[in-house]
Each structure stands twice: as structure tokens, then as C-alpha cells.
Design a protein around this ligand. Sequence first.
Ligand code: ATP
Ligand code: MG
Length: 217
Amino acid sequence: MKNVIFIAPPAAGKGTISDYLIKNYHYKHLSTGDILREEIQSGSKFGKEIENIMASGNLISDDVMINLIKQKLTELSKQSFILDGFPRTLIQAESLDEMLISMGVTNNVVISLDIDRELALKRVLGRINCPKCGRSYNVYFENMKPSKENICDDCNSDLIKRSDDNEESFRKRFDDYLSNVSLIKSYYEEKHLLKNIIVDNDLERVLKEIIKEAKND
Ligand code: ATP
Ligand code: MG
């Protein structure tokens, strides 16, 4: 399978799609959002520096993110990987290219997920997560509710809301995405790496299309 690099606005489903790919195709998942949230939870100095920036929906600086991803990529073995949350700016995309070239990693596909803004907002406002296993639920969609209100089906923990899953932070995140996405897309289009997939609530179709693009043949 190819390495998958996601370009997507908030709540497009990167996490859910990644979970499926990990289970069925043994990918290694590199989610910058998850990595940063773990730093905050651990109470590290770095975590304290980024906590407010993230809660308000702002981007962490390119320098910081580039160094972080560089480190994570060097820790990878030969396993195929999913990049979820990086690159988010053209500068990040250009740096990623340098990193992958210097590592000799060439088997990549960039998948852009397009989702309607109103649907993304609804998903963000209804989303609750398990702090222990990371599973995400949604109170606005029948098939995504936990069986017991606010309790994780898998590990019985109380579910929590992400501090940036509110309307104000969503606006900031979605607007940042819109202002960066066309440059990133043209960059990858020129390299013939870009595939566009439209996201709605038909997860099965979305997964099918992604698997088709990620297969090597
Ligand atoms: P999703 O809903 O699919 O989880 P998201 O965009 O809401 O996507 P994350 O990818 O989890 O959320 O990222 C959350 C926050 O982490 C961002 O709003 C930003 O503050 C920070 N962040 C994550 N990746 C980057 C990055 N590559 N560059 C800058 N900031 C980042
Ligand atoms: Mg995510």
C-alpha cells in the first residue's frame, strides 16, 4: 500500500478513516492533532505552550510542526504510514517533500477530502471522544452514538469534548484550511500525486475510493 497523506478540513473523517486503514492494512498512523493532544495531557513544557493555541483553533508554528514530524518520520520502520494533519501549509508541504526524498520514500498518494462546511460544523459540535482509547462518537448521528449516554462502548470511560470542538474554533480552523488548501493542492497536482474525494455520510463509499487510490496497482 502507498503512504497516504491527507489534506482535509476539521471533521472530514481523517481519524475514522485512519482507524479503518490501520486495522485492515497495517498502516502506522501519524496524527499531529493526537500527538499534540498527548503532549498537553502529559503536562510537558511543550504541552503547556501549545494548549491555548490549540483550544482557540489556531495553527502551531511551521518550525515547531516540521521538527516534530521530522522526528516522527525518522522513528518509522519500513511500514507504510498515514500522515493525518500534516502538511497544513505550503511551507510544511515543501519541507515534507525534502524529508521524504532524503529518506528515499517515494510511494505516496495525497488524498484531499472535501466536505461541506455545514456538515463539518455539525460533526464538530456533536463529537465526543474517549480519553482512554481515542474512539470518537457523535451525538447528532444515530449510528455514531455510544450505547450508553456519554460512556465509551469499548472501555467504559466517560466521554469528553475536545476543547477546540466549538463553533468559534471551528470557524478559525476551517478558514485556515481554506486559505492554505489551494496552494497545497496545486503543489501536489503538479507532482501528479493529488486525488480528490468528496466526503458525505456514506463512509463505505469514501473508504472504497480511498483504498482504490492507496493500492499500489
Ligand atoms: P479532525 O477533525 O479530523 O481531527 P482537526 O483539523 O479538527 O481534524 P487535528 O488534526 O486534530 O484537528 O488538529 C488539531 C489542532 O492541532 C489544530 O487546530 C492545530 O492547532 C494543531 N495542529 C495539528 N497539526 C498541525 C499542523 N500541521 N500545523 C499546525 N498546527 C497543527
Ligand atoms: Mg483528527
